[in-house]
Every structure is written in C-alpha cells, then in structure tokens.
Design a protein around this ligand. Structure first.
Ligand SMILES: Nc1ncnc2c1ncn2[C@@H]1O[C@H](COP(=O)(O)OP(=O)(O)OP(=O)(O)O)[C@@H](O)[C@H]1O
Ligand SMILES: [Mg+2]
Length: 728
C-alpha cells in the first residue's frame, strides 16, 4: 500500500467533503466514505464498525470484500479483540498484522482470505470515539508519519460527518415517531373500531421502528391461557403463526415470557436464546423485541416485532414499542368500556320497555275492567233469557235452534269478557298463593295438551331442573300462563310447517326460576314483537284468536313479580321465557273447598236486590220457576225496608241475593246494616257482582267471606249457589 502525493490527498479530501453532508443518509455516507478510502489505498477489503452497548461492543455497519457467510459472525465483536482496543484506546491509526492463529474473529477471517495486514483508523467526533474504519491488505503496510497524520485527519472528517448525519437522522426519526404516535392517538380519540386501531398500531410499529420487519399483536385468551394473534403486519404473504395451530402460552417463548414478567424483552439473536420457541412455520428472523400489553395490573397480551438482522433493536426502539403497546392497551380498554356501556344501555332500554309496557297495560286494564263490567249485565240477561225461552213450552224447533245460537254467541262474548277480567284482575289481585312446584305445574299442564300436540305432529322435549325450589304463586294462574304459551307455540308450528318441536326447560338462575318455551315455528316479525303483549293483538283469523293470551300471561307474571319476554331463535322459531322470582314464606290460606251439592231447595222466600231491571227480572223468573217466592228491591235502602216489613209481619226471608254496586245504598252498606239489624240473615246472603276487578269490591267480598256469583252467570250457576246458601 502506498500513499500518493499531496494532490492525491487533496483529491481524496475533496471527494470526502462532497459526500460528508450532514443531511446525507447515514448508510450512504458510510458506504461512500469506505469506497473513497479503499479506492485511494488501492484495496478491496474493508469496513466500518461503530461502538455499541455503551462502548462495550462493536457492530459492523458496512463492509466490502467479505462473503455473506462471514458476515454473521463478524456482525458483533466483543471488547477483548485487538480491533476494539485499537479503536478505543489507540492514539490514532494503527497497523496490525493479521495472524491466523491467535488473532480475533476478524483477523482469522481475513487470514483465510489471504490478507496480511489490518489498518484500523479510529473515527471520532468531539473527542469521543465512535468506532473505526478498517482496511486490510494482502501486502505489508508501512505508514510514515505523514501518512498517519493524513489518515487521522480523514478519520476525524468521517467521524464528524457520521456524527452529524446520525444526529440528523435521529431527529428525522424522532419526527417520524412523533407523527406515528400522534396519528394513533388521534385515531384512538376518533374511532371505536378496535380492529382498525390495532391494525394501525402494528403497521405504525413496523413503519417507524427502523429494523422491524414483522409485527404481531397477541391477546391472551384468559380461559385457555393461550396467546392468540389479533393484529398482524407481515412483509411476507404467508402468516407464520396461523391462529388455531400450535399456540404460545403464558410463560412459553419470548412473548410468553414478556407476558408473564410484564417486562420488555429484547433478544438480539433468537438462535442463542433458550426462551425462543419456534412456533408454526420456519421463521427467518434473528432479533425479536416484545412489549407486554398492560391494563392496570393485568397483562392482557403482547406486541412483538422481529428483524432478520441480529441485534436489530435499540433502547429507543424498546421505548417506542412500549408506547405503541400502551396505545394498544388503551384501545382495548376503550373497547371494553364501550361494550359495557352498550350492554348497560340495552339493559336499561329493556327495563324501560318493560316499564312502558306495564304502564300501558295497566291503563288498558282499567279501561277493560270498566267495559267488561258494563257488558256483564246485558250478557247475563241475554244468556239467562235465551235459556229460559228455550225451556218455555210451545217453542218450535226452529226458534229453539235460534235461541241456542243466541245463547252460544252470548257465551262466547262472556268468555271474552271473562278473559278480559282475568287480565285486568291478574294485574291487581295477588290471588291465592301457595308454595308451588313449578316443574309439577308444567308437567300437569303439558299432560293436558300432550294428546293434541301428538296429533299435530309436535314433538315435545323437556329439560326440567330438578333443583328448583318451591315458590309462592297461584298455581291456577301459572297453569294458565303455561297453557297459553304452549297453545301459541302449537299454533305457530302447525301453521308454519304442519309439525314441529317444542322444547320446554326450567332453570334456576340467581334465585329466579326461568321457564322457557322454544319452538321451531314461524318466529316473530319485528312488528309482532313490538305489540305481542298488547291485548287484542293477534295475527290469527277472526274467531281463532282474541289476542288476549299473552296479555293475560304478562299480567299474571308481572303480578307475581316476574317478567316475560319473547325473542327469536337464531335458526327459526320463537322462544318465550318466563322469569319468576323465588318467594318463600307462609303460604296463604287455601281456598275453601267446594260446597256440598245439596238437593235443590223449594218454596223459599228470596229477596232479590238488583238495580238492573233485566237482571232482576231474570233472577225473579228463574227463582219463581224453581218454586220460590221472590220480592224485588232496587237498592240497599228499599231492601232494608222490605226486611223490616217482613220481620214485623212475622214471615222473614230465607235468602237475600244482592248486587254489590247499586245507586243509593250499595251492597256493602246493606251488609253492614244487616249485620247490626238483621243478624239472623247474615249467613243467608249471596252477592252477585259484575265487578270483581275493583279494589273496593274485592276487599268487601274477601272480608264478608260470603258466597258470590260473578256476572254473567248461567242459570245452572245461579241454582248451584242458591242450593249451597239455602241447603248448606
Ligand atoms: N310461539 C309463537 N310463534 C310465533 N308467533 C307467536 C307465538 N306466540 C304468539 N305469537 C304471535 O303473537 C300473537 C299474540 O298472541 P296471543 O297469545 O296474545 O294471542 P292469540 O294467540 O292470537 O289469541 P288468544 O291467545 O287470545 O287465543 C299471535 O297472534 C301470534 O301472531
Ligand atoms: Mg294465544
């Protein structure tokens, strides 16, 4: 090697000056400086090492004349080799002999290439060593003082340029980082789409961390303890870690380790790290950097980047990845909060809907009760007279048939009124409650319908939770609810496909009994779902459904402190769920047993107190036909007058049949008077009422504990009550 004269040196310096602009990309700068020096010295093998790990190691930044197979081991050199010493401790350029036997890694490699001398030029800036530029030669190198001085100056110039460029690059990189972080922060504040956010984060990590090639965000599946990929940014089309294949678990692999310890893990060479667990397909990377995702004290996943280069990631890369991981954690937390919020909102909406429904039904209930009451009187009259006329002598067959039609149609109307009253009553009256076994009621109800269901090709399966506790409820009312739901399901399936499957199950959840009826019928359209619990809402033909079934169910279930809801099943069909709170406590007294059926009494004196002329007339006719004497009074006051008169005349009444609601003195006041003035009549009273709904009537009847007839009643019912009251 021979250093030529001054003009040559000036040319070299000139060329160097031209490439050493501080805004130059540092990689180009190193490459070009090395080329200029090699060319000037007429050599072909050389490179630049820079100090790393606070001066404890050297990293090869650029090289010439070395085969790829050598680069791996020359990438990083430790602090013991002669090169490191020459670079950090020497007073300037040094020439070292290349000895194959006891030199460092670089010397050994160079000797296999037939090189004999190694010339090390320290690079420094502001009196601080940055690394060195080295050139090797196959011949012996001799440097005179002038050569050394020149080359040291060159070292200084390159060192300064490297320092400046690296500062410039750092600045540019910081800017890029800030931009990326800002972009993610803005996205965090403006979008709630978790997938978009996480994908932006992995792409930003690859885009800003210099050597990063791939990035994966793993989330911990808390049930299985596995780490599952959630967002990826891969350069290759093939995703090396296919979800569902072998998965990493907490504590396994580098990511599993980061997750377990909550620490950032920076692995310079995975082939040397026992924690590295090769997952999925062969992966061509050497360095790996993993940051845990933390939500409070919990570690919920990891953010990992990798690179083909060894020791690719610096401390500032670690800091950046941690920041991205924190942003990903914030995105996850936001998503969780939003999900919670949505759930609370839908719970609230469901509760509100139930409340509105309840209010609406309560208002409708009051209206219905009033109307039903008004209908009871005419219906009682129509049914009664139709029956009476039928039994009148001399009625021809045609008239008899027509009368029967009148009677049947009135009965149909009466049934509707009865249902309406049940609905209204269920909302107000607590009913006769006892401790009941819901499973047993269900089975009993099902038994009643089983034959019909089988005929209609409907298969029924039950799954009854045998641990259900007993609860305080009105068994008859519950039976009515179950019957309605089974009938509806049957209708829906038969109409839809002429067959079906009904699954009935019970379950205890948080002290609430859930009873569900799932069918595979038509399901519920949005419109049907909106109105399904409203009275008179039906999709069935006229005469086939009144639309009262579910509103009655709703009333009964609400009255039991429970809920009823309808939903569509994913495939096809509908599911109705009744939720009853478990109530334990003293059961109320059982309803008095049936009165014994006495033989029909004859020849009694009966005082009928009724303001409704037609009903009074009907009662009078039936009683007279049965051989009784009837006296009519149109309110309580005139009834008292008749009673007093009869007492004075010494021929008292055997029975009083009285309406409850009447103008002037009503039934309840009349009863009070009788208790005080006509004590012998107290146990010979029957009330009739069209108004079992109103609170006052109920209280009165319960307190009096007397037999009563609800309007509309048939002639048979009247006779039955009469017999009990007179004969019993
Ligand atoms: N299991 C079900 N599948 C599909 N639709 C249903 C189901 N149950 C009820 N429905 C719908 O809800 C409507 C109201 O039901 P609801 O029981 O209140 O009245 P209904 O069955 O029509 O008449 P009613 O019960 O008074 O005889 C029905 O007409 C039907 O359209
Ligand atoms: Mg129904």
């Amino acid at each position: 090697m021979n250093v030529r004269k001054t003009h040559v040196r000036l040319t070299i310096l000139n060329e160097l000056l031209a490439v050493c602009s501080p805004t130059k990309y540092i990689g180009d700068l190193r490459e070009q400086s090395l080329s200029i020096i090699l060319e000037a010295l007429g050599e072909t093998v050389g490179g630049i090492y820079l100090l790393r790990d606070e001066g404890q190691s050297l990293q090869l930044m650029v090289s010439r004349g070395l085969a790829a197979e050598h680069l791996g081991e020359l990438q990083r050199l430790g602090s013991r080799c002669a090169l490191w010493q020459a670079c950090t401790q020497g007073a300037g350029i040094v020439a070292l002999p290349v000895d194959g036997s006891d030199g460092g890694t670089l010397e050994q490699t160079l000797s296999t290439l037939g090189q004999r001398m190694l010339c090390v030029l320290p690079l420094e800036a502001h009196e601080e060593r940055l690394g060195c530029l080295w050139v090797s030669s196959a011949s012996l190198i001799t440097l005179d003082e002038e050569d050394k001085e020149f080359l040291n100056t060159v070292g200084l110039a390159i060192g300064l340029a490297v320092e400046n460029s690296s500062l410039y690059e750092q600045m540019e990189h910081r800017l890029l980082e800030s931009e990326a972080l800002y972009k993610v922060s803005r996205a965090l504040a403006s979008t709630l789409n978790l997938d978009d956010l996480l994908s932006l984060i992995v792409r930003s990590a690859v885009g800003t961390i210099k050597n990063a090639k791939n990035c994966v965000l793993h989330l911990l599946d808390e049930e299985t303890g596995e780490l599952r990929p959630r967002a990826l940014s891969f350069v290759d089309a093939v995703r090396p870690n296919v979800p569902g294949r072998s998965q990493m678990r907490i504590g396994q692999g580098v990511a599993g380790y980061a997750l377990e310890t909550g620490q950032v893990v920076n692995v310079g060479d995975v082939t040397q790290d026992p924690r590295f667990l090769r997952v999925g397909k062969v992966r061509r990377f050497t360095s790996m950097l993993v940051a845990p995702l933390k939500l409070g004290d919990r570690h919920v996943g990891t953010l990992s980047i990798d690179s083909e280069q060894a020791h690719a990631f610096s401390q500032s890369d670690e800091r950046l990845l941690v920041t991205f991981a924190a942003q990903a954690a914030a995105a996850l937390e936001n998503a969780r909060l939003v999900a919670d919020l949505k759930q609370s909102l839908s719970d609230l909406q469901a509760m509100q809907a139930q409340l509105v429904q309840s209010e609406k039904l309560s208002a409708i209930g009051q209206l219905i009760a009033g109307v039903a009451h008004e209908l009871n009187n005419p219906l009682t009259a129509i049914m009664g007279y139709a029956q009476l006329l039928q039994t009148t002598e001399g009625v021809d067959e045609g008239t008899h048939r027509d009368l029967n039609k009148i009677y049947l149609q009135a009965q149909r109307a009466a049934k509707i009124v009865q249902n309406l009253l049940t609905f209204a009553r269920a909302r107000q009256r607590s009913g006769e409650r006892q401790l009941v076994d819901v499973n047993e009621i269900l089975e009993r109800t099902l038994e009643m319908r089983l034959y019909q269901l089988r005929v209609e090709n409907i298969e029924v399966t039950t799954q009854l939770d045998q641990r259900l506790p007993q609860t305080l409820a009105d068994a008859n009312q519950l039976q009515q609810v179950f019957l309605n739901l089974i009938n509806n399901a049957q209708d829906a399936m038969t109409e839809f496909r002429g067959a079906g499957h009904l699954e009935i199950s019970t379950e205890l959840l948080e002290n609430t009994i859930h009873i569900s009826f799932a069918d595979d019928g038509s399901g519920l359209s949005e419109e049907v779902q909106k109105h399904i619990f409203e009275p008179f809402f039906t999709t069935k033909e006229i005469g086939r459904g009144t639309g009262l079934g579910l509103s009655i169910c709703f009333g009964i279930v609400s009255q039991h402190g429970g809920r009823i809801r309808a939903e569509n099943l994913p495939g096809k069909g509908a599911k109705f769920v009744v939720e009853l709170p478990v109530i334990t406590g003293a059961p109320s007294k059982e309803q008095t047993a049936d009165e014994s059926l006495a033989s029909r009494p004859k020849n009694k004196r009966v005082l009928v107190v009724e303001d409704e002329v037609d009903v009074a007339g009907l009662l009078q006719r039936v009683l007279r036909e049965d051989g009784h004497q009837v006296v009519l009074a149109d309110n309580g006051k005139s009834a008292l007058a008749h009673l007093a008169e009869a007492r004075n005349a010494g021929k008292g009444f055997d029975l009083i049949i009285s309406d409850v609601k009447m103008p002037g003195m009503n039934g309840s006041t009349l009863y009070d008077h009788i208790r005080q003035e006509e004590t012998n009549m107290v146990n010979h009273l029957v009330f009739i009422t069209g108004d079992t709904v109103s609170q006052s009537t109920q209280v009165f009847l319960q307190k009096a504990d007397l037999p009563y007839l609800s309007k509309p009643f048939s002639v048979e019912e009247l006779r039955h009550v009469m017999s009990s009251a007179l004969g019993g």
